[in-house]
Ligand binder design. Structure first.
Ligand SMILES: [Mg+2]
Length: 171
């Protein structure tokens, strides 16, 4: 299986990426997918837990930027609600949006991870951009739009083939 589909790490939820864990992994910046990674697709904001996690990372000086394939206005409103910069319409799995975020914020490739719930968007884009990639378990994927949902079965198949199956850790 080509390396491009393989996440470097798998976690259950974004909040598993604690400051200690980021230090261990030598990461000081995160590019964050929005839908089904930070929040349920239909929600307009994040849970208290995710909000506190973002706050702790920000306070510790971890660079953060949202990188979403979602439309500009919806992502802009979400970004404002969590007070984070964003790149919308990122066209993942292409790496352009990630590279734009890296350039704009001066993040270093060796110390940045792309974090997202979709193998065929977030993980491929992050690997193409030369970043560390972290796959999170999708938050209520059944709420997503059909063009995202159709990618789930091949993603599950790929995970099984790579031996990542349903387990939550590949470290
Ligand atoms: Mg997503």
């Amino acid at each position: 299986m080509p390396r491009i589909f393989r996440p470097y790490h798998c976690v259950e939820t974004v909040t598993d990426l604690t400051l200690d864990r980021l230090r261990e992994l030598n990461l000081d910046a995160l590019l964050l997918d929005v839908d089904c990674t930070l929040k349920r697709y239909r929600d307009t904001g994040v849970s208290q837990e995710v909000g506190e996690w973002l706050g702790a990372l920000r306070q510790a000086g971890i660079g953060l930027c949202l990188v979403s394939n979602g439309r500009g206005r919806r992502i802009e409103q979400f970004a404002a609600s969590v007070d984070l910069p964003f790149v919308a319409k990122a066209c993942k799995p292409f790496p352009w949006g990630l590279k734009k975020a890296m350039r704009e914020h001066g993040f270093h490739r060796e110390r940045t991870a792309m974090v997202g719930d979709q193998l065929l968007a977030d993980i491929v884009a992050g690997n193409l951009a030369g970043l560390t990639t972290v796959l999170v378990r999708a938050v209520h994927p059944e709420e997503e739009q059909w063009f995202t949902r159709v990618k789930r079965p091949p993603e599950r198949w790929l995970l099984r083939v790579m031996g990542l199956g349903k387990s939550s850790s590949s470290d």
